[in-house]
Design a protein around this ligand. Sequence first.
Ligand code: NAD
Ligand code: PRE
Length: 364
Amino acid sequence: MTTKIAIFGVGLIGGSLALCFKGKEGLTVVGHAHRPESAMKYVSRGVVDSATLSVEEAALDADYIFLCVPVGMLEGYLQQLSQLPLKPGCIITDVGSTKASIAACAVSLELPGVHFIGGHPMAGSERSGVEAASSLLFENAYYVLTPPPGVPEEAYHALETLLLHTRAQIVRLDPERHDEIVGAISHLPHIIAVALVNQISAYDDTDSLYSTLAAGGFRDITRIASSDPVIWRDILLGNRSVMLRLLKDWNEEVASFIDMLEQEDGKGIQQAFGDANDFRSQLPERRKGMIMPLFDLHIDVPDHPGIIGRITTQLGDQGINLSNVQIIESREDVPGIMRLSFRQEHDMEQAKLLLQHNDYTVYV
Ligand SMILES: NC(=O)c1ccc[n+]([C@@H]2O[C@H](COP(=O)([O-])OP(=O)(O)OC[C@H]3O[C@@H](n4cnc5c(N)ncnc54)[C@H](O)[C@@H]3O)[C@@H](O)[C@H]2O)c1
Ligand SMILES: O=C(O)C(=O)C[C@]1(C(=O)O)C=C[C@@H](O)C=C1
């Protein structure tokens, strides 16, 4: 007997979930597409076992249904599903970045014989579409589940067990609390990044030196400004009242900087940077590695084509197990920094010796 998983919205998040499940014993993954060429693409890229343009066919006999479409479309899909003869005990979940409105919708629909449990993996990227999907996206990230009152524990536990394939860490939260916290740590930063880019873009219209000189600091804080406009329109409108409150607090933060500059209050500015530094340095370095600690090496790498391949091959040839590779800074004509992560301290130590022997500058 196989467990059927249906994915609606095989994009960055839906595609990544599909990749976590596909090929696992006893699981079969069906993707729903709204265009024939998308259906073919999902299958030919090996993201799903099969794909269909029919909502009914995707949902038929499904044990789990994942709704991975933009937030503004979730309720429409849930309503459509509520009209279909779903498998008794089927678990419907979503991955939307806001949780209160979909939770309320599920309660109002009184889904017959099936369970809705809201979800939100706290991992993603500014990229979108199935092309950006990865089976590693959720590894060691937090994955929030927001079960409504009355959902049987067995159903919650079954979803939690299925999600073990993502290697994420499950956190159970109330939908309103989720929206409040995620509004502050995810939605507000996206607004700030976009507003900043648009402010600079307006200056750049009259003097292109702005974009020419934009360097690491600007790029670091604005990566997420490249996120998908439709996805983010829906998220912000879906969390509107929380965002309005948070933006008022943000205005106060900005006003306090205006005040400190007007008053030439160097001590206050220094204090603000110091406080921010203290809080930030207490944050876990990366979610990746929270469950199983990672041992990181940083190395200076010259800007040569093929450098990543060369280094990883050297490590592989010596049987050193690498867990993750990341280029932290890469600019034309200047050395970049590569972060190599290892599960075992022993592997990190061996890699350090090997790379130093090969004349790389290595920092632990
Ligand atoms: N991007 C992130 O970092 C992130 C992280 C966690 C959760 N989420 C949530 O995941 C969901 C999907 O986001 P994503 O980043 O994977 O976006 P995406 O654009 O990569 O994928 C969206 C999917 O929905 C489908 N879709 C779009 N419009 C549709 C329509 N009119 N009818 C049917 N299907 C349609 C697309 O074909 C695509 O497969 C959103 O609800 C978002 O809030 C996003
Ligand atoms: O890393 C990114 O690019 C993200 O934007 C991921 C991010 C976030 O803000 O952290 C974005 C939206 C989500 O709903 C969850 C995670």
